[in-house]
Structures are given as C-alpha cells and as structure tokens.
Design a binder for this molecule. Structure first.
Ligand code: GDP
Length: 528
C-alpha cells in the first residue's frame, strides 16, 4: 500500500448536490468554482445553462452539442483548499433520469440545497431517499437567506418531519431578507457578519466569548435579531440533537448551514466545514464478500452512467467510471469483468471545470470518462492486474413514467428488437411486456429517457418507433406464485419485466389501495 496513494485518497471529496430545480444548485456550484479559482466570473455556468433552455426538449442532441459542457458539467474536479473536490451533477427538470439516481451510487456524500422560502420539495425528497438508502452523509444548505423565507426553526423541524433525518444546525441566521445581519456560527464559535456599504463593521468574523456573545463592542449586539438568534441557537443546543460525528457519517444526522448562494454569504463557511467533515473515499463492496479498499494499489472501478451520442458522426459514447481503488494511468490495460476482455484505456477524459482534458492520472474517488463504442454497460466493473473483481450490481429504480412502443415499419422488427434489447441492457430504459399480448411498454423515471431512447433507436439501430404515452403509473412487483390473471383490470395492467417477473402498473394510489383491500394477503413490492 503506497503512502503517497493513501495521502492522495484522503484529499478526495466526491459528492453530488441534490435539490429541487431552482433551489440554487447551479449558483452554489458556481460559488465553489469561484472560490477554487476554476472560474473568474460569476454567471459563467448559468449563462451556459440558460442558453440550453432555448431549445425544445426534442432537441436534446442539439443541447448536448451546444453545451459542449454537458459532460464537463456532469462531473467537475476542482481544487478547494488543498482538497480535490469531485462534484457530480444530478440534473433536474427534463434531464432527470435513472442516471440521476445512479450517479448517487458513485458519491461519498451529498449536499442538499433547500430553498428556505419553500422548504423540502418533491425532487429533493426523492433524491434524499436514494442517498439515505445508501447511508451516506448529507449536508444541508438552507439557501436564499437574503430573502424573507420561512422560520428557521420550522425549516429544521421539517427535515426531521418530512425526511426523517435528525438535524444539527451548524450556524443560525441572525435575521433574514433585508434584515439579515449575519450568522451566529456555533461550529466555528464566531459571528459572521454580512457586511455592506451601510455597516460600520469592517471585520466579517467576530469570535464568541465564553458566554457565547460576540467579543467587543458592536452596535448589532443591541439588536433584538442578534439576541433572538442566540436564544434560538441556545435552545436548539439544549433541547436538540448533539453534534455526533458517527451519526453524520452514517447519514442519520445532517449538519445544517444557512446562507445565500447568490450573494455568496455563508457559502465559504459551508464549504470549509464540508471538506472538513465529509468523508474521503472508503471501501467498496464487491461480490463474494470481497471488499476493495481505496488504497489498494491495483486499479478498480465501476460504470455508473453512459452518455451516448456525444458525437453522432462517430456514434461514440462516454462511460463514466467511479475509480474505487488504485491509480488509473493513461493508456493502461484493464479487464472488463463481464466479458473477460482486455481494454486499453487510450482515450479517456477527466472533467475539469472549464474544459475536458485527457486524463493522465486518476485515483480512488475520481471520475473518469471512457470513450466507448458499445462494449461497456452500466454496472460493469473494470480492473487492472490478474485478480478478478466484480462490484455489486447497481440498484434498479422503480420507473414512474410509461409508454407503449411499436415499430413504425413492421419490416424492421429485427432491428427494433435488437435496439430495445441493447438499450435495456445498457440501462438506458426499462422494458415491460403486457402479459398475454406481449406488447412492449418502456418505463423510465424521467421523460428525457424516452427521447434518448427514441433517438438512439433511430440513429443507432435504424428503427423508427411509435411511442404512445401512458402517463405515470405506480409499478409494483408481486411474487410469481401469487399471480392470478383475474387480478388484472384496466386500472392495474399486468405486465412482466425483462426477467419475466410479474408487475402491476397501477393507474394511481387509489387503484393500488383498492387492490390491497381486495387482496390483503398479496405483498406488493417496489424497486428503489
Ligand atoms: P438550480 O435550478 O437549483 O440550479 O437553481 P439556480 O442556481 O439556477 O437558481 C435558481 C434561481 O434562484 C436563479 O434565478 C438564482 O439566481 C436564484 N438564486 C439562487 N440562489 C439564490 C439566493 O441565495 N438568493 C436569491 N435571492 N436567489 C437565489
């Protein structure tokens, strides 16, 4: 075990930012890039995002091309305060897909950005649940403190009530909106002032004395906002959760920070504590009870995302690999465990904030992109050396949206079947068939998956398809031995998944509950 490698691993922080669209993920990412010196001007990331909004959804290929940064913004590596920080994007809006969930399988921690005017929103909750299932640490940033939002106590209580995670406020707002004085920072034992032209203060940070008061004479100390913040914070510390490192590491307690990504207030305080507390890469579980330590000198990694059609002329795609151990070097040969084939890693890419660059070297915790012509699948393990490794399969997620799909040209059935088969195997979409009539139904967690599916079938397999939306459904699996064809009705369509397991697609919760009442002995199961 090389000491140099171990030291490098300790510096890695690999995480995703999870939030509902518009909570401020892009803005806070941009602040991080600014602090790290990766960009010089705020607005750079957003401008690119904005540009893409001009395109209709069906132009997703155009979007990819236009952004050029789609991949670069999917993963960014920056140097922050001596740490190598890898940020993995989890897109919102129409870009939301199974890839988004799978990306959370490749991170060691998550930052949850909450709009303090809105509290926990649906997409945050979904993403949170996937992180929570993995037991990774989750750090909360209550954003938009420069606006009048909800009561901080209420926001913290909501984390516990809605998400079921215990919360530990690391700092506490002194006012909000126009009246935002600053943060009462318990973790760093200081007051962090929001300085502006009118303030008579020049220092942003004022240490706390033994009684928890800001040291020295300051006009803000006579403000009721200040005393209220101390009162709230003290109350929370006496009656609330204790700071518990183990609980944080296990994802049972979330440290909560307040701030404003837009003005940058509180953001540095947040990231400083984040890199300090978030874990470095740790072991990865493989099959047969094998555990791979990040400091293991042989290279291992798994593929968690495949981005297709980066360049339509070459039909290439990029497979995203989470490095689990060892050192990846450009040009090295690795074995793809599923096939036993050797691949030479000549064309790889690393993701920097401003440009895609050739990877020279990557270590555990880093993400690399492999140019692929169709050899790789989601969930694949690659490794160097002779001893084979297979990481545990990535979880499957319960799709929520469904479409019926038929080939437009019956003469092209063969390419249609081949295309579907491969795209399903690759993890781009999920496939179901109606029980007796064997009609094809595809399922996804995000609308974009359908568009990608249709596009790729046409361009890669020359199969034009007709897709008929079925809307959202609740998919529930049952034990095959419980199956009785009579159970199927128009409100709960009986299908089979690609492993031939019976699945009901319920119209809505009402239909699901009706079924549960009628067949109380039958267990309905879902994927993640
Ligand atoms: P994303 O969809 O989560 O990436 O959200 P963005 O970062 O694009 O932010 C959505 C909107 O909220 C933009 O108009 C931002 O300028 C705004 N915004 C983000 N952070 C703040 C903040 O701290 N305060 C205020 N007032 N607006 C913010």
């Amino acid at each position: 075990m090389s000491e140099k490698l171990a030291k490098e691993v300790k510096k890695r922080r690999t995480f995703a930012i999870i939030s509902h669209p518009d909570a401020g993920k892009t803005t806070i990412t941009e602040q991080l890039l600014l602090f790290s010196g990766a960009i010089r001007e705020a607005g750079t990331v957003k401008a690119k995002g904005k540009k893409s909004n001009k395109f209709a959804k069906s132009d997703w290929m155009e979007i990819e091309k236009q952004r050029g940064i789609s991949v670069t913004s999917s993963v960014m590596q920056v140097d922050y305060d001596g740490f190598q920080v890898n940020i993995l994007d989890t897109p919102g809006h129409e870009d939301f897909s199974e890839d988004t969930y799978r990306t959370l399988m490749a991170v060691d921690a998550a930052v949850m950005v909450v709009d303090s005017g809105k509290g926990i929103e649906p997409q945050t909750k979904k993403l949170f649940e996937v992180c929570s299932m993995r037991g990774i640490p989750i750090f909360t940033f209550m954003n938009k403190l420069d606006r009048d939002g909800r009561e901080p106590l209420e926001l913290v209580a909501e984390l516990e009530d809605v998400l079921g995670i215990q919360a530990y406020p690391m700092n506490w707002p002194m006012g909000m909106g126009k009246n935002l004085l600053g943060l009462y920072d318990l973790y760093n034992k200081r007051v962090e002032l929001r300085l502006n032209e009118e303030s008579d203060e020049t220092e942003a940070y004022i240490p706390l004395d033994e009684d928890g008061e800001a040291e020295g004479e300051h006009s803000f100390k006579s403000s009721s906002i200040y005393s209220q913040a101390i009162e709230d914070a003290t109350l929370l510390h006496e009656a609330g959760n204790e700071f518990d490192r183990e609980a944080i590491d296990a994802g049972k307690l979330t440290p909560v920070f307040f701030g404003s990504a837009l003005t940058g207030f509180g953001v540095q305080t947040f990231f400083d504590a984040f890199v300090d507390l978030a874990p470095a890469p740790s072991e990865t579980e493989a099959m047969d009870e094998v555990v791979i330590e990040p400091e293991d000198p042989r290279f291992t990694g798994f593929i968690f995302k495949i981005q297709a059609n980066m360049n339509p002329a070459h039909r290439d795609r990029i497979a995203f690999v989470r490095v689990c151990s060892g050192n990846f070097e450009k040009g090295m040969s690795v074995t793809l465990n599923r096939t036993g084939k050797t691949l030479r890693m000549a064309h790889t890419t690393q993701f920097m904030a401003d440009a895609r660059e050739e990877v020279q070297d990557a270590i555990a915790g880093d993400i690399i992109g492999l140019y692929d012509t169709g050899n790789l699948q989601i969930g694949d393990t690659i490794y160097s050396g002779n001893k084979s490794v297979q990481f545990k399969p990535l979880p499957q997620f319960t799709p929520e949206l469904f479409m019926r799909v038929t080939p437009k040209n019956v003469m092209k059935q063969k390419s249609f079947h081949k295309g579907i088969e491969q795209l399903v195997q690759e993890g781009a979409i999920q496939m179901y068939k109606t029980y007796h009539t064997e009609e094809y139904i595809v399922g996804a967690v995000g609308q974009l998956q359908f568009e990608v599916f249709q596009y790729r079938l046409l361009h890669e397999y020359n199969a034009e398809v007709v897709m008929t939306p079925m809307g959202s459904k609740i998919a529930r699996w049952i034990d095959p031995k419980d199956l009785n064809p009579k159970m199927s009705s128009s409100r709960n369509l009986l299908t089979r998944d690609r492993f031939d397991n019976p699945v009901f697609l319920f119209e809505n919760t009402f239909a699901e509950n009706w079924f549960k009442d009628k067949y109380p002995e039958i267990e309905l199961k879902q994927l993640l």
